[in-house]
Design a protein around this ligand. Structure first.
Ligand SMILES: Nc1ncnc2c1ncn2[C@@H]1O[C@H](COP(=O)(O)OP(=O)(O)OP(=O)(O)O)[C@@H](O)[C@H]1O
Length: 497
């Protein structure tokens, strides 16, 4: 039987892409000869730039490597070992005698270089691809460039050059994934300049420990009302608040530490309160649970949200107008030479006064007065410190009048947006994630500054408040006498207990 020679199936067309040769291979030989020296110089310059970049990014590794190599060549292995032991010993003594300067100038540098190589440079390409932050156009891949890395111990600051056409919002959406990929607990995205970002990859919270109040300054110390130190930022710098020409809104759930922000501010004002330069006026609708701890510091304090509180607010609103009239054509804004005291109005639960008051008339009068003080009081030397538990619309409708907003621990992400404004949470201000174990930790947003700041207010204890009262009044604080509970024997002897 004749066997058919026909194949079972037609072979498939060969489907391979034609190899793309570099453009210069297509040049004629004479052009290659002419261009060879130019290419050589260009390659040498490129190599030198790469080497310089490595030296800038890894100075410790490069210097140690070069010194080690030249020591080995010139002196031999035993000398090199001896010198290395002496250097390591010297560094150990430095770390032991002055750990802060050692950490700052030496350990930080070593850690930075190590983390750059091991964590970021090593995984960069994979993480960028898996996070969908690369772009492919006609077979060419465009990848964000890893820039300078700086490791501060508790966070790594990683600079990035974005791919053209990319937006910071794309990075903000992927922040959580990036944090997990690089083994961090959170990632914040900051825009440095067009096309350049800085990622804050946070590993641990530097604010877990409470921060005690600083020593009270001498009574003659001058107080800068534009820079009052009320705590410590996570970067280790002081957290300052501006009172002159400003109003401050503090929002936090119950037990979040609103009291510590308020008392830290009053602590910073102490010399000015003593000298009469600053006058405190307070409203505490919770019956004095907060301001009642140190009423001696206040010029006037009301412990309700009723008629008395509303009258006080209206008096202040009237004073704002009077002062504005007095300063007209004389002073542009309040200064100590006006002879008037700078007035700080502290309202412990602002919502109780302007929103939850059941009497509609009182509520509206209070809201009108607070609005007058907040909108017209900056220049004539009035500031409002409003503390709020519940950032609902009725309260936060006043938000735009407060130049500085502080969000302590909040219950939901939406509340963060209500307090700090849209987009601030995406930039990292996750006040709803503050732990219940760290009262006093706060996100601060100042109008006109894009980046929010995370910090912890000083922890002002009852003993500190007693010291503050003695400092301002010059009298010893009166301590309540704690009596022993009568024991059983005395009760029987004396009849009824
Ligand atoms: N900055 C701080 N550092 C350490 N502990 C703090 C700090 N602030 C407050 N605390 C502690 O947290 C607890 C609650 O603080 P605080 O009463 O100030 O909260 P609050 O927000 O005013 O609460 P509430 O709304 O119920 O009045 C207190 O036990 C206090 O000692």
């Amino acid at each position: 039987m004749a066997r058919s020679r026909k194949p079972l199936a037609e072979p498939a067309a060969l489907e391979i892409t034609r190899p793309r040769l570099p453009w210069w291979t297509l040049l004629p030989l004479w052009a290659k000869v002419i261009l060879a020296p130019v290419a050589l110089v260009w390659s040498a310059a490129w190599l030198m730039i790469r080497a310089a970049r490595v030296a800038v990014r890894y100075p410790v590794a490069v210097v140690v490597g070069l010194l080690g190599w030249s020591g080995y060549v010139q002196l031999g292995p035993w000398w090199l070992l001896g010198i290395s032991a002496v250097v390591v010993g010297g560094l150990g003594v430095w770390a032991w005698r002055d750990s802060s300067s050692f950490t700052r100038f030496c350990w930080c540098e070593i850690r930075t270089e190590w983390r750059r190589v091991v964590v970021y440079a090593w995984q960069w390409r994979t993480v960028m691809r898996l996070s969908d932050l690369t772009k492919s156009v006609r077979g060419a891949e465009f990848r964000p460039k890893l820039g300078r890395v700086r490791s501060d111990g508790w966070r790594d600051r990683v600079r990035v050059r974005m791919v053209k056409g990319q937006a910071p919002e794309q990075w903000e959406l992927r922040a959580s994934g990036l944090a997990h990929a690089f083994g961090a607990s959170s990632c914040r995205v900051r825009v440095r300049k067009p096309g350049r970002l800085e990622l804050d990859l946070v590993h641990r919270d530097p604010l877990v420990r409470p921060v005690g109040v600083p020593e009270l300054p001498p009574v003659e110390a001058t107080v800068d009302l534009k820079r009052l130190v009320i705590g410590v930022a996570e970067t280790g710098r002081s957290l300052t608040l501006r009172l002159q020409g400003n109003h401050v809104l503090v929002v936090g759930s119950t037990g979040a530490g609103k009291g510590s922000v308020m008392w830290s501010l009053i602590w910073a004002l102490a010399p000015a309160i003593k000298s009469g330069l600053v006058r405190l006026v307070g409203i505490d609708p919770k019956g004095g649970m907060e301001l009642g701890q140190a009423p001696e510091l206040f010029d006037r304090v009301v412990y309700s949200n009723g008629g008395e509180a509303v009258e006080l607010l209206e008096q202040l609103a009237e004073q704002v107008k009077e002062r504005a009239g007095k300063y007209r054509g004389w002073l542009r804004s309040w200064s100590p030479k006006s002879g008037d005291p700078f007035t700080l109005l502290v309202v412990d639960e602002l919502a109780d006064v302007i929103a939850y008051q059941s009497d509609k008339n009182l509520r509206e009068r209070a809201a009108r007065a607070v609005q007058t003080i907040a909108s017209q009081g900056r220049a004539p030397g009035f500031a409002v410190l409003g503390l709020v538990q519940d950032p609902r619309k009725e309260v936060v409708s006043f938000r735009h009048l407060f130049g500085t907003k502080l969000a302590l621990r909040l219950d939901e992400p939406a509340q963060v947006d209500m307090v700090l404004g849209e987009g601030v949470r995406q930039r990292g201000a996750t006040a709803h994630e503050i732990s219940e174990n760290t009262p006093g930790v706060v996100w601060v947003k100042v109008d006109g500054r894009k980046e929010p700041v995370r910090a912890r207010a000083f922890h002002v204890t009852d003993a500190d408040l007693d010291r503050l009262v003695s400092y301002v009044t010059g009298r010893e604080a009166v301590q309540a006498e704690v009596l022993d509970f009568p024991d059983r024997v005395r009760r029987i002897e004396g009849g009824a207990a």
